[in-house]
Design a protein around this ligand. Structure first.
Ligand SMILES: [Zn+2]
Length: 499
């Protein structure tokens, strides 16, 4: 019986200390981060009009323009010589066909054929080719290595893709696919395109494994190939065994490079007495572009990846801007930064880390958000399905930062924080795979906010109607409260973790 009052007192002391720790100002502006505002931003960024926001393409430019417009409305400062845009110079490598001749006829790319290849410059010459019927058993028995193979595009896109990857494993020199819908086929997508930062740390990505190029032709061109063989397209397709065909073929192709410009978008909010120190909030606004494989759904909308983070950071910026306007400015400055090129290997953040607008040494922390609007495979159908979040990196450089983050959650958001992806032996190794890593490797402590993978990851179905905006906003609020403490406390987080 004596124990009860003691417990009660302890309980009341706990409640009181938490109540004291709450900052009514922080709570007041947190209300600016809500489902209404995040939905408003995401409805625009994830719309089909933005064409999947691929780096260096029109949709990404539109997104950058939208974000700068929002920064301007919030009266954030434009820190890149008066601009919100930090221009990122990239080198694009794509594949180019120099010539393709069939029985001395010069063919035109786009009109007569679609090319899909990668790797180094190459010339392929042949005087015979193997026409394969659709039976994969037969194909299996043949030695295709170094040969030119002609197949028929029959059946669904999925089937032909499977068949092609099987054929590629047999290492032919070239695969020709007859396809009457060659001009709007999914297989012709710009697969050879890759990007890197100009003068960046990685000079290039040499492709070591040779992958045979695939050329799609229409039945008319197929007949041109079959001309001297005694077969025509109709006749050849009706025969169910492989046929060796005499034809002269010459193909030469290789990579070409050009410079492409894209932009990181930066909005700056100046602090007061500690304004030389800086907190960086970030998310990537780029995604993977148009989906030629998707039938009617041509756009990879990237609503969760990373429209959710972009909308979240825009809402956080709004909260801090409002606080400043009402005389509650943060003591340290805040940079809100939306990166380009994340999907192309963290290019925007790599560029920023090589060309920082504010010294890295003054950058106290990076809070990076990439995917916070959904529930992943692991938490689906669990009691925490709409109340969990993965945090990564929290204690990798500073145990202070981890404590600050945990405290913000304990006082305000009360999410179930899951650190499995922060473990050293985590199979995803995601600590290295989003933009925060370009800060971490420069000695800036980071927290990465992430909801994990789901079935729509990098698919056309990553759409806005699957986003839980209350969950998105609550997760963004955790980043906001953590940041509120970081920019207002007396001391920046101590770097106390030895590598
Ligand atoms: Zn992402």
């Amino acid at each position: 019986m004596m124990k009860k009052p003691v417990l009660w007192i302890l309980f009341l002391v706990c409640i009181a200390s938490i109540a004291i720790a709450q900052d009514p100002n922080a709570e007041k502006y947190a209300l600016k981060i809500n489902a209404k505002i995040t939905k408003k931003h995401l409805s625009i960024l994830a719309s089909d009009k933005y064409e999947g926001r691929e780096t260096g393409k029109r949709g990404a430019e539109m997104a950058a323009t939208y974000i700068s417009g929002e920064f301007k409305k919030l009266k954030l400062l434009a820190p890149v010589n008066g601009s919100y845009l930090q221009q990122v110079s990239l080198i694009e490598t794509s594949m180019f066909v120099n010539s393709f001749e069939v029985n001395k006829n010069v063919l035109n790319e786009g009109k007569d054929f679609q090319f899909n290849g990668s790797g180094e410059a190459r010339t392929i010459q042949a005087t015979e080719l193997l026409f394969l019927a659709s039976g994969t058993e037969l194909e299996l028995k043949h030695d295709l290595s170094g040969k030119v193979v002609l197949i028929n595009h029959d059946g669904q896109t999925g089937e032909i893709a499977k068949r092609l990857s099987f054929l590629k494993s047999k290492e032919p020199a070239l695969i020709l696919v007859i396809n009457s819908e060659q001009n709007n086929s999914s297989l012709s997508h710009n697969s050879g395109r890759s990007l890197r930062v100009k003068n960046g740390s990685r000079e290039s990505f040499p492709i070591k494994v040779y992958s045979p190029p695939v050329i799609q032709i229409n039945p008319e061109i197929a007949n041109l190939i079959l001309k001297n063989s005694g077969f025509n397209y109709e006749k050849a397709t009706s025969i169910n065994t492989p046929i060796l065909i005499q034809a002269e073929l010459k193909l030469s192709y290789g990579p070409v490079q050009k410079e492409v410009l894209s932009s990181n978008v930066l909005g700056y909010l100046e602090g007061t007495d500690l304004k030389n120190e800086l907190l960086v909030y970030s998310a990537h606004y780029d995604h993977i572009g148009l989906n030629s494989d998707g039938g009617k759904d041509k756009v990879f909308n990237g609503a969760d990846d990373d429209g959710s983070g972009t909308s979240g950071v825009l809402a956080i910026a709004r909260a801090f801007a409002k606080a400043k306007k009402e005389g509650n400015s943060p003591r340290r400055s805040i940079l809100f930064m939306m990166f380009t090129g994340e999907e192309k290997n963290l290019l925007g953040s790599e560029y920023y880390s090589l060309n920082p607008v504010f010294p890295m040494a003054n950058t106290i922390t990076n809070l990076n958000i990439d995917m916070i609007g959904r529930t992943d495979f692991i938490y689906r159908n669990t009691p925490d399905s709409t109340n969990y979040l993965y945090l990564v990196g929290t204690d990798k450089l500073s145990t202070d930062l981890h404590k600050i983050s945990d405290k913000a959650n304990a006082i305000y958001t009360k999410l179930k924080l899951d650190y499995r992806h922060n473990a050293k032996d985590d199979p995803t190794q995601i600590y290295y795979w989003s933009d925060h890593y370009n800060f971490a490797k420069n000695g800036v402590p980071v927290i990465f906010y992430y909801n994990g993978k789901h079935e729509d990851y990098h698919k056309g179905s990553d759409e806005i109607n699957k986003i839980n905006f209350n969950l998105l906003s609550k997760r963004a609020q955790l980043a906001y409260y953590t940041g509120w403490d970081l920019v207002n406390r007396d001391n920046r987080p101590v770097m106390d973790v030895k590598k």
